[in-house]
Design a protein around this ligand. Structure first.
Ligand code: NAD
Length: 272
């Protein structure tokens, strides 16, 4: 659908959410694209309001509307940071309308992921648990460190997010755990320890542990700790503004232009 002569039309679903508003700002500051429109949950109280005003930009003349089907029909690419059940529906709409799709929703289960993979058989899809440059570098460093260090180094992933976050561990924490497992050549599911409470017994050698903190307005802190006797390596990323994710998602949206159908990651977009 993308037209190389014109600015890429980017649609946003979940346009009034924390990420949705950041995405409106990121589209408005990027070259080569325009905002094709934005929808949120049907009958949202802000329906008819100017998306620029909702995003803190002032009027841009594009209003929040209610017609997701129409948005997918007119956008070249749609960016989705919503909730898993909705993402499953929008992935199917992307497939049915031939619209490129960028998805950052986390907490997905198998059926949601299947819908994304079905879309990727027809259109370019970029999916990432984290769209920031820094976290994608941290993923690569984590894989390299895990491949270099043996399992005398215990791997623990620690994350902190704002009090409104509804899934845990974060998609990024799980992606960091996956990067460590890939580096070690093991299945994450087989070694993952996602909750310790009470008399847990000693740590199992080779496990990858996860710890979760929630509070305040923290946009996203992640550390991967490799702890051996007498030394410790920590790879840490701290996000102080969710614009880093929004700018990355817009970069991914621009990257889909004239791309073959397929499921791509932010590492593909960044050329890592
Ligand atoms: P949020 O709750 O502020 O926003 C979600 C939005 O989706 C809300 O506006 C909600 O009304 C909307 N929504 C719900 N049902 C809808 C429907 N049927 N149609 C359209 N919109 C609908 O949450 P958030 O902080 O913006 O995060 C959204 C998602 O993005 C979460 O899964 C979060 O973990 C993820 N996230 C990913 C990254 C990344 O880089 N991949 C970064 C930040 C957040």
């Amino acid at each position: 659908m993308a037209n190389t002569e014109q600015a890429l039309g980017i649609g946003i679903v979940g346009a009034t959410g924390r990420m949705g508003r950041a995405l409106v700002r990121a589209v408005s500051e990027a070259d080569g694209c325009t905002l094709a429109g934005g929808v949120d949950v049907p009958n949202h109280p802000d329906t008819g309001a100017d998306l620029g005003v909702l995003a803190g930009l002032g009027e841009i003349g594009i209003l929040l509307f209610d017609e997701a089907d129409a948005l997918f029909g007119k956008a070249d690419v749609v960016i989705d940071f919503t909730v898993p059940a909705v993402t499953e529906r929008y992935a199917t709409l992307a497939r049915d309308t031939g619209t490129a799709y960028v998805v950052g929703t986390t907490g997905l289960e198998a059926s949601h992921q299947q819908a994304i993979e079905a879309a990727a058989s027809k259109v370019p899809v970029v999916q990432a648990a984290n769209f920031s440059l820094g976290v994608n570098l941290a993923l690569a460093l984590t894989k390299q460190a895990a491949a270099t260090l043996n399992d005398d180094f215990d791997v623990e992933v620690v994350e902190m997010h704002h009090r409104h976050k509804i899934d845990a561990p974060s998609g990024t924490a799980l992606a960091l755990g996956q990067a460590a497992a890939d580096g070690r050549g093991v299945e994450l599911d087989a070694v993952s320890d996602r909750g310790r409470d009470g008399i847990t017994g000693e740590r199992t050698k080779g496990d990858i542990g996860f710890a979760v903190l929630r509070g305040g307005n923290v946009a996203g802190d992640h550390s991967v700790i490799f702890a051996a006797d007498d030394e410790r390596i920590e790879i840490t990323h701290k996000a102080t503004d969710r614009m880093i994710f929004a700018r990355g998602a817009v970069k991914a949206a621009l990257w889909t232009r004239d791309r073959q159908a397929g499921l791509y990651s932010m590492q593909d977009v960044l050329g890592f």
